[in-house]
Design a binder for this molecule. Structure first.
Ligand SMILES: Nc1ncnc2c1ncn2[C@@H]1O[C@H](COP(=O)(O)OP(=O)(O)OP(=O)(O)O)[C@@H](O)[C@H]1O
Ligand SMILES: CC(C)(CO)[C@@H](O)C(=O)[O-]
Ligand code: BAL
Length: 309
């Protein structure tokens, strides 16, 4: 595997080493923030299977973090990541530093930021955007930069970050970006907890408790799928089903719920009812929950999960 740290190295690889063969070969791309796990590996394996070349990026992107978030503490495990990428037959790892990606600098203070940004207005303010106001602007901006550097045919994203995928799909469609997006299913541990780099912050007991996030969403899924033809459930009835499953963990202060959403899969508009009719469009039930670690109560980790129905 080639490891590049500068934009110039990637561009040189793509234009000079691949050169003319590009017309019949494809590049698959998997953008990540590192601390790789089996969720990332599933995206990467799919890319390796479907493309001539696979490029993975590891970049903890400052512009998507709020000043209060975990930019400095975000788990960084580059030597282990390189071993995993090698074993998966990745062709290129692009691991730039912040200066390479933001030559003008990127102060976290919004007032002080300069230079171009990409915003997908409308979708970005919902759900995650309410708690993380600059998050999707940072994501859309860095993904645009990465897409322009790598010029992949297809890029792979996980369903775990469902709103990220929906925002980026809108960006790609509306800005006529030449990289196609492919969404990949959520990889979970044996308890049902969605794999996530931030799970690293939690002790084994809190990880076990966190699996109940998924159980709550599954309870709602079962209620919706169990609807008789023509029957309906209101939004609050569905959210009550989730809340009942989580009630013991909220009572024990393991969970503090940020949001539970029942929304249209494409627009992310909140739904007031779900009906068992042919007109019912695909929907996504999603959540963000703060989990307080049982061993280190000062550690609070915000986890997200979702089910598409
Ligand atoms: N469990 C998972 N299953 C499938 N894809 C995943 C999973 N976890 C992350 N991904 C995808 O991997 C890509 C890179 O994500 P990222 O590096 O931020 O990892 P992460 O585990 O989501 O980290 P974090 O804990 O910060 O949310 C994204 O497209 C993300 O949706
Ligand atoms: C897409 C991404 C790599 C952009 O920094 C990040 O948001 C992530 O890892 O999901
Ligand atoms: N997995 C998305 C990146 C983030 O939460 O910052």
């Amino acid at each position: 595997m080639r490891v590049f740290h500068t934009v110039e190295e990637v561009v040189q690889w793509r234009t000079q080493e691949l050169g003319d063969t590009r017309s019949r070969e494809t590049i698959g791309f998997v953008p990540t923030m590192g601390c790789l796990h089996s969720g990332h590996a599933s995206l990467i394996s799919q890319s390796v299977k479907e493309n001539t070349y696979t490029v993975v990026s590891i970049f903890v992107n400052p512009s998507q973090f709020a000043p209060t978030e975990d930019l400095d503490n975000y788990p960084r495990t580059l030597p282990d990541d390189i071993k995993l990428l090698d074993s998966l037959n990745v062709d290129v790892l692009f691991a730039p530093n912040a200066h390479a990606m933001y030559p003008q600098g990127i102060p976290l203070d919004l007032e002080k930021q300069r230079g171009p940004f990409v915003s997908v207005l409308g979708l970005s303010e919902k759900l995650e955007g309410k708690t993380r106001p600059n998050f999707f602007r940072g994501v859309a901006t860095v993904v645009t930069k990465l897409f322009n550097i790598v010029m992949a045919d297809v890029a792979y994203f996980g369903q775990k970050d469902i709103q990220q995928f929906i925002v980026l799909q809108c960006m790609v469609d509306e800005l006529f970006v030449n990289t196609r997006l492919q969404i990949m299913p959520i990889i979970r541990n044996s308890g049902g907890l969605a794999l996530s780099s931030r799970n690293k912050y939690l002790c084994p007991e809190s990880l076990k408790i966190s699996a109940n996030l998924y159980q709550g969403l599954q309870a709602a899924e079962n209620a919706i799928k169990g609807l008789a033809p023509g029957a309906r459930l209101t939004r609050s009835e569905i959210i009550d089903v989730v809340s009942e499953t989580w009630a013991p963990y909220v009572a024990s202060h393991d969970f503090k719920v940020d949001y539970v959403s029942l929304a249209d899969f494409k627009t992310l508009d909140e739904l007031s009812v779900v009906e068992n009719t042919v007109e019912q469009k695909p929907l996504v039930i999603s959540c963000a929950v703060y989990v307080t670690d049982r061993e280190k109560p000062d550690t609070v980790v915000r986890l997200i999960d979702n089910i598409i129905i």
